[in-house]
Ligand binder design. Structure first.
Ligand SMILES: O=C(CO)[C@H](O)COP(=O)(O)O
Length: 162
């Protein structure tokens, strides 16, 4: 596996955890590069959607394969990132969901809440998450393709099919 480029971003509620995860990722041999989209510190009060959309758009353009986005709950970052075509983001604070977010859903983005999870568990989960890969030949691939297809066609009748 060649090294991953991982985008990170947080609002001021999540910046401390984001900075510590960026440092962790920067020292991981499986990571080639970490792109930090901010905020740099707690004094920067840019709202979470701006940070999430900037990072998610970079992923959609192929500038990074993965992203870790942190806010107070992870929820706002997740909602915002999922507005970008081609991006699949999830909030996850447990090992099983982190694994399945890759293996079932091919999510590029993991979001976490700094007010929900402790820093050591967050680091452990991100370390696990980096090691998972999506298998495009798996039974899950057609389900993910269904989502992508809907995105491409913006079909209003998708829910009526299987
Ligand atoms: O958690 C957040 C958004 O999901 C964010 O860090 C805080 O948002 P707020 O409660 O609207 O200030």
């Amino acid at each position: 596996m060649t090294g991953l480029t991982v985008a990170v971003a947080a609002d001021n509620a999540g910046v401390r955890l984001k900075n510590s995860l960026a440092e962790l990722l920067g020292g991981d041999h499986r990571v080639a590069d970490v792109l930090d989209f901010g905020v740099p510190d707690e004094a920067d009060d840019r709202a979470y959607p701006r940070l999430a959309l900037t990072a998610a758009e970079a992923i959609a353009r192929g500038e990074a394969e993965r992203g870790v986005l942190i806010c107070g709950t992870g929820i706002g970052m997740c909602i915002s990132a999922n507005k970008v075509d081609g991006v699949r983001a999830t909030v996850a604070h447990d090992s099983y969901s982190v694994e399945r977010s890759i293996k079932s859903n091919d999510c590029q983005i993991l979001t976490m809440g700094s007010r929900v999870i402790g820093p050591e568990l967050a680091k452990r989960l991100v370390t696990e998450w980096i090691g998972y890969t999506f298998d495009p030949t798996s039974a899950s691939a057609a389900k993910v393709a269904y989502i992508t297809d809907y995105e491409h066609h913006h079909s209003t009748s998708a829910a009526s099919g299987r």
